[in-house]
Design a binder for this molecule. Structure first.
Ligand code: ADP
Ligand code: AMP
Length: 216
């Protein structure tokens, strides 16, 4: 199965990705996670993209598109993938379509997780992540069992630098300008699935599963 998760920052893409990966045995490809990994390890790519992430700006398309294909073309993604955070611009979506066409691959679903701006702010300001394994929590809705300690790996749970209010407001603006047009782009594709992301985590997951079963 090949799935794209679409939606504003804080919609719950990463949260749903964890359950979808387990359910369908998919590889989770999060461009944000790949960039953060490279920044943490001070790679050449990390040095190039650091300032964009800190400012809540999009990384240039030319750095993003090739990176995604190098991952999707690897053996681990042969059986399926779950793309989270890509495409994020119309030109990324067009390049992605071309690449899919060239490889004779079709998507099984573009899952558009919809959440109002007010709720996004609450979610992003409260989001906490494990510094070590990336597991996601929320300081009120979904805290780790022991404050500041990851349930999965025991790592330190922190707030992402770009989840501070000023940067996250900018990220939501960038979403509205650059990424929201993708909803129209995929609207008539035949594989768009719209999901109400304001519902509880399990309910959102059940809705996605039901929608993936249906022929579109
Ligand atoms: P995204 O990957 O789309 O940026 P996340 O999956 O990281 O979003 O979720 C953002 C925050 O909202 C996290 O703190 C997460 O625990 C919380 N969250 C995600 N989905 C829900 C939901 N359905 N209900 C309540 N909180 C949620
Ligand atoms: P995310 O983890 O999806 O919230 O992404 C964090 C940051 O990574 C974004 O604010 C961008 O700076 C960068 N990023 C992630 N995916 C992309 C993409 N497809 N195109 C450009 N920048 C991206």
């Amino acid at each position: 199965m090949r799935i794209v998760l679409l939606g504003p920052p804080g919609a719950g893409k990463g949260t749903q990705a964890v359950s979808l990966m387990k359910e369908y045995d998919l590889v989770h490809v999060s461009t944000g996670d790949i960039f953060r990994y490279n920044i943490k390890n001070e790679t050449e790519l990390g040095k190039k993209v650091k300032s964009y992430l800190s400012a809540g700006k999009l990384v240039p398309d030319e750095l993003t598109i090739d990176l995604v294909w190098s991952k999707l073309d690897s053996d681990e993604c042969k059986e399926g993938f779950l793309l989270d955070g890509f495409p994020r611009t119309i030109s990324q979506a067009e390049a992605f379509d071309k690449g899919l066409h060239k490889r004779g691959i079709q998507l099984d679903g573009v899952i558009n997780i919809q959440v109002d701006k007010e709720l996004l702010l609450t979610r992003l300001e409260g989001r906490r992540v494990c510094k070590h394994c990336g597991a996601t929590y929320h300081c009120q809705n979904n805290p780790p069992k022991v404050e500041g300690v990851c349930d999965v790996c025991g790592g330190k749970v922190i707030q992402r630098e770009d989840d501070k209010r000023e940067t996250l407001l900018h990220r939501i603006e960038v979403y509205e300008q650059e990424t929201a047009p993708l909803v129209d782009y995929y609207k008539d594709s035949g594989y768009m699935i719209n999901v109400d992301g304001s519902k509880p985590i399990n309910e959102v997951f059940e809705t996605i599963k039901e929608s993936l079963k249906k022929d579109r």
